[in-house]
Design a protein around this ligand. Sequence first.
Ligand code: ACK
Length: 924
Amino acid sequence: MDEKNVPIRTYQVCNVMEPSQSNWLRTDWIPRSGAQRIYVEIKFTLRDCNSLPGVTGTCKETFNLYYYESNNDREHYIRESNFLKIDTVAADESFTQVDIGDRIMKLNTEVRDVKVTTRKGFYLAFQDVGACIALVSVRVFYKTCPLTVRNLATFPDTNTGADTSSLVEVRGSCVNQSEEREEPKMYCGADGEWLVPIGGCVCNLGYEEKSGACQACKVGFNRAVSTDGACSKCPPHSHSEKEGATVCDCNQGYYRSESDPASMPCTQPPSAPQQLISEVNETSVVLEWSAPLKLGGRSDISYKAGSLGDVLFSPQQSGLRATRVCVSELQAHTRYTFTILARNGVSQGHSAGAGQSVSVTLTTNQAAPSPVTSIQAGDVTRHGVSLAWQQPDRPNGVILEYEVKYYEKDQKESSYRIMKTASRSADITGLSPLTVYLFQVRARTAAGYGEFSGPLEFSTNSDPLPLIGDAANSTLLLLSISGGVILLLISAAVFIISRRYKHAQTHMASETQATAKTHTHTDHLGIYVDPFTYEDPDQAVHEFAKEIDASNIHIEKVIGIGEFGEVCSGRLRLQGKREIYVAIKSLKAAYSDKQRRDFLSEASIMGQFDHPNIIRLEGVVTRCKPVMIITEYMENGSLDTFLRKHDGQFTVIQLVGMLRGIASGMKYLSDMSYVHRDLAARNILVNSNLVCKVSDFGLSRVLQEDPENAYTTRIPIRWTSPEAIAYRKFTPSSDTWSYGVVMWEVMSYGERPYWDMSNQDVIKAIDEGYRLPPPMDCPVCLHQLMLDCWQTERTHRPSFTQILNMLDKLIRNPTTTLRRTGGDRYIASSFNGLLEPVAGPEFVSVWSAEDCLQAIGMGMYRDTLTTAGYTSPDSLLTLTHQDMTSIGIITPSHQDQILASVQQVLLSHMQQIQEQMPDSMVPV
Ligand code: ACK
């Protein structure tokens, strides 16, 4: 019976009277179930030996506890010696007293533990060694740390370790809707107690921690940041519609910017700025306004200014923090509308526009033009320079004139000179040689002067221009193109060149014939081909012009502005050739197909010519931009400007030399059946040797293309024959007419034909039979030649072959040529200054070969030379060493003397005649 008088079963033994007891009791197999240390709690009663009368020596008060590990759950027999002893168990003092009816029973409870790790299970055994005991109960158990949640991580039920001091490390797993913050860990102690929690988990966004679990935020709440914390109520102007919201969405009409935190209230774009006022100052405006009424709940407001057109806002156009902006670079006298838009962090894409902006319309004032910015210097000489510039960026009206201010750099602005011009260029003369000057240009409109450009600095030259200067200086004179000498040489050269040229042409013809299938120009040797008959303009240009690689061209400076873009000078180096100076005409950046075609047509035309008095084409650049035409460089630029610059500085012979060159070039062109249509001094270029070459082959096309317009605007009336003006009859004879005008321009050093008469007056005067009078100091025969060129009946005009012959004759007979007209320069504003045609010229030779030979100390050869046919002075110029040897002048030093001195003597002789000739001798 137990303490409650319930009958219980016990195992009992009480062999206290007999010695040497060893009674064993064994349990069934007990599975270990993963335990590593088991506990055995034994409840028993044990009789005190003293309470047993008559027992001596043999009575014991302990028993032994054993165990045996085994995988076999059904062992029949285990030898006692196989058991391992756990302990000797003795009755404790503190037993429970159980009052069983008539007696008190002392129930002992003892617990022992042992490590069981080797087998699946074990057996326990009790050995009695002679005590009086009753085994009431045996409880076998092991300890676990129970399943638990710590820091939002679940730790499973865990068996304790094998040793009494061991700690089992356990990894936790995050509870639902949470994630690891730091790896969750705990230790399971031997007593089944959890120890040292480390790390843990946090609830996912939209959830919060509640009693060890993660619970979804309620509607109207959210949890947006992953730090510890509870769900919070949605910020103002936002809401959440479902549980577990991570973010509260903005209510309609409210926004969040990308950088706004979710905890921030939702906001709105601002309303429009208020009270926009403007203050106009000429071509700039200051705009000021005040902040919008509604800022939309934000503080990051900024403003953006807007307007049509190219204007400059300062400090900037958008992102303005201040309520003020300055607008400049406006056109004068122009209506503008400015808009100021208020923006904040949520304006982007959200109903920007109408409601947020305010506008003002105003008109700018009159203003002076903006400064001229791009001044280029062209020709620089000892005493002058030519300047060109672009119109100011903002003319702010019609430019009435430009003012060029210039002064010596050393003198600062203390003494400056001013020159005014209506065009965008100026030829400044009268400068001191080798001096540094500063030039500034400003423009004027009805509103006044603009500001001066920044100063352009450069120095005048030191070298005198070749071939120009004191006519009495015999060294220079010798160098000059003068009289028949050089011209005869030129004639000879032309003869040789033209023969070579014919050869070259034949060669070229046979080459091109092979390639040009659709064009038959090569059938007519030496006949010019209109490039516009080609369908593909590139084919035309490549047939007549060489393509040059732009990398071979080195541009040095801008020398002028042509019809299609800038004209520059520079150098060209072609493989295997000497580097040469070239002029580079470029086609401006924005061009139409037609402009490109027209521009390149000039090259296609020029490329067909090969003559010393026609500007030579070096090649074209068409395969990269800018498209360019490369020609030989003509140091002295165009003839009209050149002559104006050197007014009165040449001998008549030099001027006639120039005219002869032009006539020779024109003869070549007319032989090629090419009609120039725009022959004028401005289209003749001059090189450093004063050789004149015909250029500008662009106009003919324009006239053909645009017959209506050309009549009034494009035909150069003053240079054009009456029949070409009247019914566009352009022929070599109309070029002859123009040539007459060029003669007049040359002889008058670049005077404008018909001065300031209007085109209509010129046409009328010509029709009535009036013609330009001889320029000052112009020999009568030259004026006569001009009048011949200006015959109304075109068939009566001389051909260029005749003109050339005539000039050659004039040059060979300088006495006639050099007679002056004695006329004064005409300043004619009425027709009274224009003369009627005069009688034809006479040519008389008054100086002989004999005189010439005497003059050079070679009189002894007079007869030899006369017999051989050398009777005129110019015939002496054709002599060669070979000629002289063959007729018997064999002394080398004499040959040299004749060759070297004849030219010199002839030149100075002509000069003397010119100077001695009295004005009164001129026969009219
Ligand atoms: O009168 P210029 O100095 O001579 O100004 C014009 C300008 O370019 C526009 O046509 C000059 N120019 C044109 N072709 C040449 C060239 N081959 N050599 C030198 N200057 C040239 C012309």
